[in-house]
Design a protein around this ligand. Structure first.
Ligand SMILES: [Zn+2]
Ligand SMILES: [Zn+2]
Length: 245
């Protein structure tokens, strides 16, 4: 996810989608400066980094932010996935851009330029941070990889309270979830329940199961909208304008 707040560019996680973003930024030309805010270090949230072309441009500048996990800093986590035999080129060898790394404390608010960020620990194996971004009176909450009990996670409802947009994990259907308890993901119904409890203005379902095709996603969205009309299913390349609700 790329979030634009005025001139400020914040990238949320760095899965395979960041490769296409890199192409777009390269084609747009000019210098790129961005903060890359990482929720956690599972592969599906990191694997695009070695293929993110703007890292190779000397004029660019990136600040990677994330929590310490298992005694490793955000820098350790990024460098650790780019060593042989996992990948032939190290981060240091690829990056001509200026790179900064900043460890963040879960739950402790901080700023990225004019953007205020708060975070909350979400239920996921190994930990995962949900983020709330506030800028110019608008708010967006990013909640990927979150498991709920039979009711919404209180910490997430608190984080998402009244947000203009909630991006929420929608990995499973109810029946699929039964066999995958404890895997750290939500059902689309869990996303709806959280959106309602937090009274958000708009819900965007994402982190779809990779096996869910467009037709299945449309059917799911149809059902979701009957209970929470302002719901969208995210797709790659989509742009969402965050307006004051
Ligand atoms: Zn994960
Ligand atoms: Zn994930």
């Amino acid at each position: 996810m790329e979030v634009r707040c005025g001139e400020r560019r914040i990238i949320l996680d760095a899965g395979s989608g960041i490769r296409a973003l890199g192409e777009r930024l390269r084609d747009a030309g000019g210098r790129v400066e961005a903060a890359v805010l990482l929720s956690h270090y599972h592969y599906d949230h990191l694997q695009g980094i070695p293929f993110f072309a703007p890292l190779a441009e000397p004029a660019n500048r990136f600040t990677f932010l994330g929590p310490r996990r298992e005694g490793r800093s955000v820098q350790d986590a990024l460098e650790g996935q780019m060593v042989p035999p996992y990948f032939p080129v190290t981060l240091d060898q690829i990056a001509r851009a200026t790179l900064d790394f900043r460890s963040i404390e879960p739950g402790e608010p901080f700023n990225i330029g004019p953007v205020r960020i708060t975070s909350a620990e979400l239920e996921h194996p190994g930990g995962n941070l949900g983020y709330r971004l506030e800028f110019a009176g608008r708010s967006l909450v990013y909640a990927t990889d979150v498991e709920h009990t039979d009711k919404p996670a209180e910490s997430l409802v608190e984080l998402a309270r009244g947000a203009d947009v909630l991006l929420h994990d929608a990995m499973y259907t109810g029946p699929e979830y039964e066999a995958r308890r404890g895997w750290g993901h939500s059902t689309w119904n869990g996303a709806l329940a959280t959106a309602k409890a937090a009274k958000v203005k708009r819900l965007v379902l994402f982190h779809h199961d990779p096996e869910r095709d467009d037709r299945a996603l449309d059917a799911l969205l149809w059902q979701a909208r009957s209970s929470f009309p302002r719901t969208t299913a995210a797709r790659e390349g989509q742009t969402i304008r965050v307006v004051r609700g």
